[in-house]
Design a protein around this ligand. Structure first.
Ligand SMILES: Nc1nc2c(c(=O)[nH]1)N[C@H]1C(S)=C(S)[C@@H](COP(=O)(O)OP(=O)(O)OC[C@H]3O[C@@H](n4cnc5c(=O)[nH]c(N)nc54)[C@H](O)[C@@H]3O)O[C@H]1N2
Ligand SMILES: Nc1nc2c(c(=O)[nH]1)N[C@H]1C(S)=C(S)[C@@H](COP(=O)(O)OP(=O)(O)OC[C@H]3O[C@@H](n4cnc5c(=O)[nH]c(N)nc54)[C@H](O)[C@@H]3O)O[C@H]1N2
Ligand SMILES: [Mo]
Length: 767
């Protein structure tokens, strides 16, 4: 259908003369063609278009792709290219059933590309690995639950780890977190540990909340938006509509990113037929600065110096002194340390000139209300804490947190990644209060802090972790240090994967290994009391119900919630207060438990499931209620000007950025077209500035290898990458996640949260 649509070919705009090869802006015809390609490719059922029509609307299905907010007054098509891809990918008619596994041994499947594994279709029945034949063989649900329960009881609770990728709804996630604690551990790592954990840990320290402070309404009032390291066009495209509307009413957007990412440059509105037919674009960023990876600390230091200089000239008019005095601590130390950095150092670390930073500062200073947005470009660095600290500093100086039209807004990844943490998925006791566990379930909560993703990996390498249960995700591909992790994985006593589609992690079984097929969010979830709704929380803390509409891929698929209850019941000793069967029969009961456990966030949960725009669970920092140690917002004193860790010296050492294309969702590779960057056909590429290619004596299109430059006794190498000239700052290279994950050392992570430094790994290029 959409395949037949062809858009007008336009000339490159004046604004973006350098971004290569691609003739259409973000959104617009290009994205409809992308959907068409996917619709053709993944053999969707007839339900696909119906589901898409209700996607992200009240009583519809909430997108399984990103976590961007769903507005109260949705567009006709309240989905983007990537949301449609995610839906259609899940509605796949192909099946990975017992015949598939009879045909393919795991050894053979390990030779397949990630794309081909998932494209083989939906998983249909529970399977257990048989080492003798090297195949997955069918097993009944009862037998699977009983054997998993036996295995979990054969180890100490602290030796089990329950991972979740941020897909599963609040109901299943709450019960998963409850199950872990009832068993006696809180080893509950989550995908956010590789993602926005930098946010959860550090924002809590700085402003007393683990999440962002903005609502959709703030974007209607802000005068400027400062964007750091978030690629809206690929990763949260519906947000582009909000940005476009902001620009159209005069909001000024300033972006810092080593790559010139198309969506932040210009946008064609796929909802607006006039724009589409005449090919008109909206310029998104008024200024776009190609900062060096890790250089944002220096940029922010420069901006803060400009604010201080301006205050000196017009004393009492630039900084918000009343706010600083009443609401914050640490201001004097912060400005003293920032003043001490020279412009020379700032220019060197940021890769930008003083004049550029002054130009950006002028925009910041012209605005009464400013929002700071960020993504993985700030969080996935060793000094990610300082990136966030400096951004908070800049905002706090002018009172830009806790007022309408202002705030700090991390853009989250998985559709329910933030919500899972809200309902107890996390390694700390604070995630699920002990007194509630005692009072509601007669459970004595574990006191020992649990393992996050990096700590769980260390446990696997040491042998202190013996069982991995994975509620979705693809850790073998998503984790750092793949070679080391993949080698250690088979020594686990038990691996359990609850999944919709086959991926690489399922092909690395522990001594006992189960692959359990679950319903996806698009599927109807019918239990004893009828159809069930699941719920999720978006990046801006709104909570929505989601109703699946498609027939499940097979009668043997179970819901995530039912699988968790099945395993829990088979594992835990009887406790009349743990009503796993009742909860499976009626998810309303689980929402009542969530509301009882977290009354401030979830009061009246069941009645509020379908409020247009979701229901907002509030944020204390938004009201200048700072739940920090001091009771005030905390300025951060900079100790260095770079977000990078210790970098080995040498002119051949480059900083590696790992990137996502718009044709993937994390480790799910839909295809090989990174259309918005004009890169087609292969993901085994290495991007480098043409001048750097010449400086290192290399030539375009040649094959190169990359070696990690951290010397710790482990050799980390990825071979056979095609060197591709690309507009990048000097001193860095870029390539794709997950292909380049073997290069990132497990130990190379953000200081306070252990978020892997996927955007700042030192490497050397070998020809
Ligand atoms: N289509 C699609 N959508 C997705 C995903 C997906 O894989 N595909 N993944 C989802 C998930 S889980 C997440 S967490 C989000 C991720 O969404 P983002 O936060 O956008 O993450 P990335 O695409 O990894 O990187 C973001 C940007 O950071 C820039 N960058 C790299 N290093 C630096 C730096 O040092 N400074 C600055 N300023 N910028 C830097 C990169 O050039 C890139 O444009 O997207 C979610 N949405
Ligand atoms: N080098 C590098 N590595 C990175 C990153 C990076 O930027 N660079 N980003 C990191 C980030 S931000 C993240 S969030 C992680 C992502 O890490 P994960 O969340 O672990 O990985 P995903 O690729 O999202 O997981 C995909 C799998 O989830 C399963 N799945 C899909 N839908 C469902 C569902 O509804 N239910 C269940 N149970 N299973 C489902 C399917 O089997 C699919 O194969 O990767 C991290 N790794
Ligand atoms: Mo993420």
């Amino acid at each position: 259908m959409a395949d037949k649509i062809r858009g007008p070919v336009r000339k490159e705009t004046e604004q973006d003369p350098r971004t290569p090869h691609y003739d259409n802006a973000t959104g617009g015809w290009g994205s409809l063609t992308g959907i068409g390609r996917i619709l053709g490719d993944a053999k969707p059922s007839a339900a696909a278009l119906k589901i898409l029509a209700s996607q992200n609307k009240p009583k519809g299905m909430m997108c399984t792709s990103c976590a961007w907010a769903k507005p109260a007054d949705p567009h006709t098509f309240e989905f983007c290219e990537n949301g449609a891809k995610a839906t259609v990918w899940e509605l796949d008619r192909a099946r990975v059933d017992r015949e598939f596994f009879e045909t393919h041994r795991l050894t053979d499947l390990r030779g397949w590309h990630d794309h081909d594994l998932e494209k083989s279709g939906r998983l249909t029945e529970p399977m257990k690995y048989d080492a003798g034949s090297d195949r997955y063989l069918p097993v009944s649900w009862d037998q699977a639950f009983a054997e998993i329960g036996r295995q979990l009881n054969a180890i100490q609770p602290q030796e089990a780890v329950f991972y979740s990728s941020g897909h599963a709804g609040l109901e299943a996630s709450y019960l998963y977190a409850l199950f872990a604690r009832a068993m006696g551990h809180q080893n509950l790592p989550q995908s956010s540990n590789m993602c926005h954990e930098t946010t959860s840990v550090n924002l809590q320290t700085f402003i007393g909340t683990p999440v962002g402070t903005c609502t959709l309404e703030d974007f209607e009032h802000c005068d400027t938006i400062f964007f750091f390291g978030q690629n809206t066009g690929s990763n949260s495209p519906r947000f582009l509509h909000v940005l476009k509307a902001a620009v159209e009413r005069g909001c000024r957007i300033v972006t810092f990113n080593p790559l010139r990412e198309r969506g932040l440059i210009e946008f064609v509105d796929p909802q607006n037929l006039t724009q589409m037919t005449v090919g008109k674009t909206t310029k998104i960023s008024e200024r776009y600065y190609q900062v060096r990876p890790g250089g944002d600390v220096a940029v922010l230091a420069g901006l803060i110096k400009c604010v201080l200089a301006s205050e000196e000239v017009a004393s009492g008019t630039v900084i918000d002194r009343a706010f600083i005095d009443a609401e914050t601590t640490g201001y004097e130390e912060m400005i003293e340390a920032t003043r001490a950095f020279s412009w020379d150092e700032i220019e060197r670390n940021s890769g930008l000139t003083r004049a550029m930073i002054e130009e950006a500062a002028e925009i910041y200073l012209s605005a009464e209300k400013a929002i700071g947005i960020y993504g993985m470009g700030l969080t996935q660095h060793v000094n990610g804490w300082l990136n966030l600290g400096m951004l908070c500093n800049l905002l706090l100086m002018r009172g830009n947190i806790g007022k309408q039209g202002a705030g700090i807004s991390p853009v989250r990844g998985h559709s329910n990644v933030q919500g899972q943490r809200t309902v107890g998925v996390g390694e700390k006791s604070a995630h699920m209060p002990a007194e509630k566990l005692q009072q509601m379930f007669d459970i004595k909560a574990p006191t020992q802090e649990g393992l996050n993703a990096v700590r769980a990996c260390e446990g696997i390498l040491k042998g202190s972790v013996k069982a991995m249960v994975c509620l979705g995700g693809n850790l073998i591909r998503a984790l750092p240090d793949r070679t080391r992790m993949e080698k250690a994985w088979p020594s686990l006593d038990l691996t359990v994967h609850i999944a919709t589609k086959l991926n690489r992690s399922h092909l690395v079984p522990g001594r006992a290994a189960f692959l359990l097929p679950c319903l996806g969010r698009t599927d109807k979830d019918i239990q004893a009391t009828g159809p069930q709704v699941v719920s999720m929380e978006d990046s801006l803390s709104n909570i929505y119900g989601s109703l699946g509409q498609a027939d499940p891929p097979s009668e043997s698929c179970m819901s995530e919630l039912a699988i968790i209850c099945g395993i829990a019941k088979a594992t835990l000793p009887g406790n009349p207060k743990l009503k796993w069967d009742d909860w499976t029969a009626n998810y309303d009961l689980v929402r009542d438990l969530i509301a009882e456990t977290y009354p401030d966030d979830f009061g009246g949960f069941n009645e509020r499931m379908f409020e247009p725009g979701g229901f907002y669970r509030g944020n204390p920092a938004r009201n200048r209620n700072w739940q920090t140690e001091s009771g005030k917002a905390q300025f951060t004193t900079p100790t260095t000007l770079s977000a990078l860790g210790e970098v080995p010296q040498g002119s051949s050492v480059m900083t590696l950025i790992t990137l996502r294309s718009n044709d993937q969702f994390n480790t799910t590779i839909y295809g090989f077209s990174d259309r918005l960057r004009g890169l087609e056909g292969s993901r085994d590429i290495l991007l480098m500035n043409p001048d750097e290619i010449a400086r290192l004596g290399l030539v375009e299109e040649q094959k190169v290898s990359l070696r990690c430059a951290v010397e710790d006794g482990h050799d980390r190498l990825v071979e056979n990458l095609t060197l591709t000239a690309y507009d990048l700052p000097a001193g860095c290279v870029a390539g794709y996640y997950p292909e380049l994950n073997p290069l990132v050392p497990l130990e190379y992570h953000e200081k306070n949260s252990q978020t892997p430094a996927y955007k700042g790994t030192p490497v050397e290029v070998i020809s």
